[in-house]
Design a protein around this ligand. Structure first.
Ligand code: NDP
Length: 265
């Protein structure tokens, strides 16, 4: 019988996950169907339970439901617990298992696709929302020389630094130093807002990583003018999907051809 999966969110029509997972399934010869699932803003849990009752095997979860998915799960992986959010649900034996593959996706894109080591490097993470929180533990596991957090609302960065040993927080006014990897985990790029980054934060050979994808954001313009190498978050999107596919199917798809297809679209 064909196994059913979906990505649940609101809005959801724009999601590229069905295309990505359908390409993974074809590549690995897996018998599955992957759709979008629109959940009303006040009925996330009911929508998930309805999908399970209809025989669904797993869900990806996107904006704005990742925290609700965290609360709905019966079991959590350590990385989901650290993230405080769930983007991958698996349904087996009547139980809901929650995982978070966003951080693994980011690390895989940076280290594998972009060939950039995180170990022993000075890393700056901009933002303190769900995306930033989800990637801190996987970044720390790479053992960077430094992980600095900066956020517009500085208190939120300070709270994150207190929750994760091994990183330090500051606000934009006190941000200083040079970094080998600068990751923009804010949504500023969606509104073309420029971040108040001081000169000199992009070290020579720095990789500037923008989590927003498919858009030349102000952050990418700032980084390029400072001589940094630039990448957007499309690779992270494909890699977090590959990690979810592995969680569900036990098979790791080759992401390179899928990323190439999405880039050329
Ligand atoms: P949240 O809404 O949880 O957090 C938004 C963050 O952006 C906060 O830190 C907020 O700061 C900051 N921010 C928003 N506007 C500005 C601005 N004008 N100037 C400075 N900071 C700003 O969003 P998420 O953390 O869930 O997502 C962040 C981004 O990451 C989104 O754009 C999303 O599309 C992208 N993303 C990409 C993924 C991928 O696979 N490529 C995966 C997950 C997310 P403050 O606290 O001060 O409000």
């Amino acid at each position: 019988m064909t196994d059913r999966y979906a990505v649940v969110g609101n809005p959801i029509a724009h999601s590229r996950s069905p295309q990505i997972h359908t390409l993974f399934a074809a590549q690995t010869d897996q018998d599955l169907r992957y759709e979008t699932l629109l959940a009303p803003l006040d009925a996330f849990a009911a929508t998930v339970r309805g999908f399970i009752a209809a025989g669904g095997a797993g869900l990806n979860v996107t904006v704005p439901f990742k925290e609700q998915a965290f609360r709905l799960a019966d079991t959590l992986t350590p990385r989901a617990r650290a993230a405080g959010a769930v983007n991958t649900l698996s349904f087996t034996d009547g139980r809901i298992a929650g995982d978070n593959t966003d951080g693994a996706g980011l690390v895989a894109d940076i280290t594998h696709n972009l060939g950039t080591a995180i170990a022993a490097r000075r890393v700056l993470l901009i933002g303190a929302g769900g995306a930033a929180r989800g990637v801190i533990l996987p970044l720390l596991e790479q053992q960077p020389a430094q992980l600095a957090l900066v956020n517009r609302t500085a208190d939120k960065a300070v709270a994150l630094a207190q929750a994760f040993a091994g990183c330090n927080a500051c606000d934009f006014a006190t941000l200083a130093g040079a970094f080998d990897l600068v990751i923009n985990a804010t949504s500023a790029g969606l509104s073309d807002a420029e971040l108040p980054l001081p000169p000199g934060i992009f070290a020579t050979g720095c990789l500037a990583y923008e989590m927003v994808y498919g858009k030349q954001t102000a952050f990418l313009n700032q980084a390029r003018s400072a001589g940094a190498r630039c990448a957007d978050g499309l690779g992270m999107l494909v890699e977090q999907a590959a990690e979810a596919f592995f969680v569900w199917r036990g098979i790791r798809p080759d992401t390179a051809p899928v990323l190439k297809t999405l880039r050329s679209a």
